[in-house]
Design a protein around this ligand. Structure first.
Ligand SMILES: Cc1cc2nc3c(=O)[nH]c(=O)nc-3n(C[C@H](O)[C@H](O)[C@H](O)COP(=O)(O)O)c2cc1C
Length: 207
């Protein structure tokens, strides 16, 4: 009765993709648009989406991803990159991000100060810039998977990889970017594993 819930029910972590089935560039654009429309804390958008269609690159990558077949058998592999180098409160990028709001100068300054104080008191004592950016990357990941599912396209989110090796194989400039998470996209091959979930009653509490 709800198209988003229908998509969420269709989505599963696809373990076995049909290597012969490819998704179209139009569908891929729609999925990537969902990522770019996703929210980020303070609107920082400290991320990038690297799309791997090449079978050769993915063949080289697979051993660094626990040998998982999704890497090569999916239609595409999206490497979601965090950009932790951008989000230090002293960076011009941060000021430019707030300037996009076209607010009066004193309000822009107040936003930058709020951001600096939040990052220094709440974020950096608990996690580094890579972890904070990665949290945002997972929102983009979720929206891409749901959008893909709404078009009957399967996906698999993947944390099962060796980050340093993957970055080396993809020749990532790690002063700027770090791999947060991967996502395989394509079409399922045959039966998949049944969904297992705790009940809503176990997971939701109202006060
Ligand atoms: C951040 C993240 C990383 C994951 N990494 C992998 C992975 O490397 N390989 C894999 O096969 N599944 C991976 N999964 C899939 C989970 O195992 C799966 O979502 C979970 O078992 C629930 O199954 P379902 O998504 O089919 O409902 C990952 C899921 C998430 C959210």
């Amino acid at each position: 009765m709800n198209p988003v819930i229908d998509a969420l029910k269709f989505r599963h972590a696809c373990k076995k993709f049909d290597p012969k089935k490819k998704i179209s560039s139009g569908q891929l654009d729609t999925i990537l648009e969902a990522a770019c429309l996703s929210p980020t804390s303070f609107g920082m958008e400290a991320w990038k989406f690297l799309v791997l269609a090449s079978h050769d690159i993915r063949q080289r990558l697979r051993p660094a991803c626990w040998g998982q077949p999704q890497v090569t058998d999916a239609s595409h592999l999206v490497v979601i990159l965090a950009k932790p180098s951008l989000i230090d409160p002293s960076k011009q990028y941060v000021l430019d991000s707030f300037l996009r709001r076209e607010l009066p100068e004193d309000l822009t300054k107040a936003y930058v100060e709020k951001y600096r104080s939040h990052m220094e008191t709440e974020v950096f004592p608990r996690m580094n810039a890579y972890a904070w950016c990665s949290k945002q990357c997972y929102i983009g990941l979720a929206n891409m998977m749901t959008t893909a599912a709404s078009m009957g396209i399967d996906s698999c989110p993947m944390e099962g990889f060796e980050k340093d090796r993957v970055e080396a194989i993809l020749d990532i400039d790690t002063k700027q970017f770090e791999v947060a998470v991967l996502m395989a996209l394509g079409y399922r091959a045959g039966e998949q594993t049944p969904r297992r979930r705790h009940s809503i009653g176990q997971l939701v509490e109202f006060r």
